[in-house]
Design a protein around this ligand. Structure first.
Ligand code: SF4
Ligand code: FE
Length: 482
């Protein structure tokens, strides 16, 4: 396994084509806007090396028997699935943001299942190829970006009917040694902190869309790939001298648009090629895993709840019964989320490939809750914290000779609680509910791993309605409505 330092060094060796604010970023690793997101991924490496977290953060490779990061592991049991959920919460606690590495883990696990199933149907050899690739990932402890979401253009039309055929990523040329692909993937979490990109289709494809039914992996600095970093609320605070106004002073996330401008992929890195009837299976398998991964939001919720308890103590409101009750409500919602990500793991099962999968109904229910509860937790956080979350002057004003003394005097908290500590915790609450971390805690909770409607469709498909009806009918004596 890599140390965090080795991880950061390995990123320095990449030659990524990254743009932000209209300019190419030459030194991605040390860029102050990107760096906090890299720090969050680096934390996955440092946590894996701590003996006290070894059970959660590491696993034994089923391929080589070596100790590996759980982020590169293929789940071999229900216990592995449960530990994955616990790892998400733990990492959320330590970073207070999206730590980005779960997408690749979910892509690897989904492909371990679906490549096997394609081979069983078509006599292909994708699974063997995939396992060779997996061994490379595990041995080198790499970060993989799981790239699923296409830009999609007119959402009412399938890929082949779009005015611009590149709005979904597709194969444009087949060569003896591989394929050439063109298109883009949007909202790519942690894209420029990754060594590898694993591409998957974004929707169920029909026969006319078979050129879009492809899955493959490429090194992240492959020629023809361009990254354009997304803006986040208050992102340029990271360029400021002081750190206090960032709220979370070390960690953050980033997303990017990833453009594939005729990128070559050798055959040994192609894991699905025009088997359109398996595209939906791959999307659903990945989504089920990634909806479980939103255990991360429980961990970030812990941070927000801790911040709210702290500010209520600083404000002198912690004994008020309505404040106590609101914090109980926040915990209730957050632990309800935890129930969901543990339950879908505990109800997991073995797939034909040997990989363990979560219960898809429960992981979709979990993610549906994630589209709602963090918003309510954030609302309660702002309620309890008070208006200073948004009216607080800057760190420079706090340190200024002219204004600092006023801020220290008038923003001092109860008793000996200092104005500075009070400001820090306000900024953290601002960061989590309005600033850069709200990308991960709120909007990503809404749309990441699929928007709410995607889960509702899955829930309606996966519940056994006939069985429920039979219970009801039996109990009230209905026998003859068939
Ligand atoms: Fe992982 Fe959560 Fe970030 Fe998705 S949103 S990559 S599950 S930390
Ligand atoms: Fe996500």
């Amino acid at each position: 396994m890599k140390t965090p330092e080795e991880y950061i060094d390995s990123l320095r060796k990449l030659n990524l084509k990254v743009y932000m604010f209209g300019k190419r970023i030459e030194n991605v690793v040390d860029n102050p806007i990107i760096r906090p997101s890299l720090n969050a991924v680096a934390m996955t490496y440092s946590m894996a090396l701590k003996p006290e977290y070894a059970d959660i953060m590491t696993a034994t490779s089923h391929l080589t028997g070596k100790k590996i990061s759980r982020f590169t592991h293929i789940h071999q049991s229900v216990d592995d699935l449960i530990k994955k959920s616990k790892m998400g919460r733990l990492m959320g606690n330590r970073t207070g943001c999206c730590f980005q590495r779960c997408v690749g883990m979910d892509a690897l696990n989904a492909l371990s299942i679906v490549t096997y199933d394609i081979d069983a149907r078509h006599g292909t050899a994708y699974n063997k190829r995939f396992l060779k690739y997996l061994e490379y990932i595990q041995d080198n402890d790499l970060v993989c970006d799981g790239a699923m979401t296409d830009p999609k253009g007119d959402r009412s039309l399938p890929p082949h009917k779009q005015d611009d055929p590149d709005l979904y990523l597709r194969v444009v040329e087949e060569r003896k040694d591989g394929i050439v692909v063109r298109g883009a993937k949007a909202h790519q979490t942690g894209a420029v902190n990754s060594h590898e990109v694993i591409v998957m289709p974004t929707i169920t494809m029909r026969e006319e869309d078979r050129d879009y039914a492809i899955s493959f992996a490429v090194p992240s600095d492959t020629g023809g790939i361009t990254y354009i970093i997304g803006r986040q609320a208050s992102d340029t605070r990271k360029l400021e001298r002081g750190k206090m106004d960032q709220g979370n002073i070390s960690f953050g996330g980033h997303e990017a648009l990833m453009v594939f401008d005729d990128v070559f992929v050798p055959w040994d890195r192609v894991f699905m090629y025009r088997e359109y009837e398996f595209s939906g299976r791959l999307v659903e398998q990945f989504s089920s895993y990634h909806r479980q991964s939103y255990a991360c939001k429980v961990g970030v919720g812990d941070v927000l709840i801790g911040a709210v308890q702290t500010i209520s103590e600083y404000n002198g409101t912690d004994k008020a019964s309505h404040v106590k009750d609101k914090i109980v409500e926040m915990n209730h919602l957050n632990e309800t989320l935890y129930c969901g990500c543990i339950a879908c793991a505990a109800e997991g099962h073995r797939e034909n490939s040997g990989t363990y999968s979560v219960d898809a109904l429960l992981s979709n229910v979990h993610k549906q809750n994630v589209t709602r509860f963090p918003y309510e937790i954030a609302r309660l956080a702002q309620d309890v914290a008070g208006g200073l979350v948004v009216t607080l002057p800057s760190e420079d004003d706090f340190h200024s000779e002219e204004t600092g003394r006023w801020l220290k005097k008038y923003f001092a908290g109860k008793g000996t609680f200092s104005a500075e500590n009070r400001m820090r915790i306000f900024r953290l609450i601002e960061n989590l509910t309005l600033g850069t971390a709200a990308v991960g805690y709120l909007t990503e909770s809404m749309h990441g791993a699929g928007s709410p409607q995607a889960q509702r469709i899955m829930i309606s498909r996966l519940v056994n309605m006939k069985e429920k009806q039979s219970y009801a009918k039996k109990l009230c004596g209905i026998k003859d409505d068939e």
